[in-house]
Design a protein. Structure first.
Length: 465
């Protein structure tokens, strides 16, 4: 394989990738509103002479190259978050701009830059003959990730393929193009969206003793949730903090993986109430909890931790702890209902699909992360090439839920995600496109040994179809 030829092809396509990315940025594409950007991606894939381009019933756009039975997939979610307060942006987040090094605008790093690099990585594979015999390439522009990460791949696995076993038998591995700051990422923490409801009894605010104030009860629970996140795990603590899972005493089987992925966290993200008026005692209060989970934690343990909080036990007859469900219609109108449980996943560095990316990076770019300017250098220099994400990706379903091996390498930076004045780097586009093109020929399936699924959380068994 001629790695210099691959690098030259990727560099030659950098202006085209830049134009394509700027076109995508210019099309607002928040979750469930991706139609315009999906159609633009389909147009580009056809221009690049993909063998087949289709849009599934959820609205994911899929491009195919090759005729083999085994699949190597490259995933990019193409929805974005909104822009937030427009005053925080120095320039139009959709019109954007470019310099000789960066591209500005919503979605550049998170995560339409990945789509641009994936599309052209596939093109380079086709024109340089880099698809191994017996394989085909599946390039996916997935939808609704920002709303419900991984749900798009639940739909792909269960509605495009014939369920998890069929998908696992056909898909060798998936490369996620989420931003990785120049690193190769082999896993990340999972997450859950938990709801706590507290019941009370309303009365006139002039005599609050006649009622039962749900907000006051919830105030005690909120302090317990804070303690669960912030406390240490000392024996003197009534509520032992989530940091305990980094200790082999509390997590004997998975503490090493937990230390790699990082400790679990929880925070209150929303609060709701009902009350007859501003002159009345509140008769209900509810909160949402964002729970990030490390290796060794399960959905059951996370729910039980909330149920066991002292304030929840104090008011337990009036408290309900539950998991959210997601059922927003896609831009096509299709609904794929699922629970808001996004499993942790991690690979060993020796897993062959991880090693294929490492080998490609070494052959193309060397053993250290690349950067284009001082902004990127400050985030990348000195960090190991193989690492993990802080945030969550579609890998929660691809590998976390279904055991299909997953690994990440994508243009841009996590720190740019969801932030005003989002940028990505032109150099990252060509670097990633070249690596995607080189990986299939370096993949060694004969080295599979189960380390691709070194840790997968217990599933709920509630894989809603």
């Amino acid at each position: 394989m001629d790695f210099e030829q691959i690098k030259a092809a990727a560099l030659a396509y950098q202006p085209a990738m830049t134009r394509f990315l700027r076109d995508m940025i210019a099309i607002p594409s928040e979750s469930c509103e991706e139609r315009g950007v999906v159609e633009r991606i389909a147009q580009e894939l056809r221009k690049l002479e993909y063998d087949k381009v289709e849009i599934d019933k959820l609205g994911n756009v899929i491009g195919w190259i090759g005729e083999g039975e085994k699949i190597i997939a490259i995933d990019s979610h193409v929805d974005t978050v909104g822009i937030g307060n427009r005053d925080n942006w120095t320039d139009d987040p959709y019109q954007g701009y470019e310099t000789d090094k960066i591209i500005y605008g919503r979605g550049g790093s998170d995560q339409e830059g990945g789509m641009a690099a994936a599309a052209y990585g596939g093109r380079i594979m086709k024109e340089l003959g880099l698809i191994p015999k017996g394989y085909k390439i599946m390039v996916v522009g997935s939808v609704q990730e920002e709303d419900c990460d991984g749900m798009c791949w639940q739909s792909i696995v269960n509605e495009y393929f014939d369920g998890p076993e069929d998908a696992r038998s056909k898909i060798e591995f998936v490369i996620s193009t989420e931003p990785t700051d120049g690193g190769i990422y082999r896993g990340h923490r999972g997450r859950m969206e938990i709801r706590v409801d507290v019941h009370g009894v309303s009365c006139h605010g002039s005599a609050p003793e006649r009622g039962d104030n749900a907000i006051h009860k919830m105030a005690e629970i909120l302090l317990n949730v804070r303690d669960l996140n912030e406390n240490d795990a000392g024996e003197d603590k009534c509520i032992k903090g989530l940091v305990k899972m980094l200790d082999p005493k509390y997590n004997p089987e998975h503490w090493e993986d937990a230390r790699f992925l990082g400790r679990g966290t929880c925070t209150t993200s929303q609060i709701f109430y009902t009350s007859p008026s501003r002159c009345a005692v509140a008769d209900a209060c509810a909160i949402s909890i964002d729970r990030r989970m490390t290796a060794g934690e399960t959905y059951r343990s996370c729910l039980k931790e909330i149920e066991d909080l002292p304030a929840v036990q104090k008011y337990k007859d009036d408290v309900k702890v539950s998991m959210y469900m997601y059922d927003r219609p896609a831009w096509t109108g299709h609904v794929y209902e699922t629970e808001c449980f996004f499993p942790t996943w991690i690979n060993k560095e020796t897993a062959p699909h991880v090693q294929a990316l490492v080998d490609a990076h070494h052959a193309l770019w060397g053993e250290t992360r690349l950067w284009a300017d001082e902004t990127a250098r400050a985030k990348r220099e000195g960090r190991p090439l193989t690492d993990k994400w802080t945030f969550s990706t579609n890998g929660v379903s691809i590998q976390g839920r279904y055991g299909i091996p997953c690994v990440g390498f994508g243009p841009g930076a996590e720190s740019q995600a969801h932030a005003p004045n989002e940028i990505t780097w032109k150099q990252d586009l060509s670097v990633c496109a070249a690596l995607y093109a080189a990986v299939p020929m370096l993949y060694r399936p004969e080295n599979k040994n189960g380390s691709a699924t070194a840790f997968r959380q217990e599933l709920t068994g509630n894989d809603v179809r």
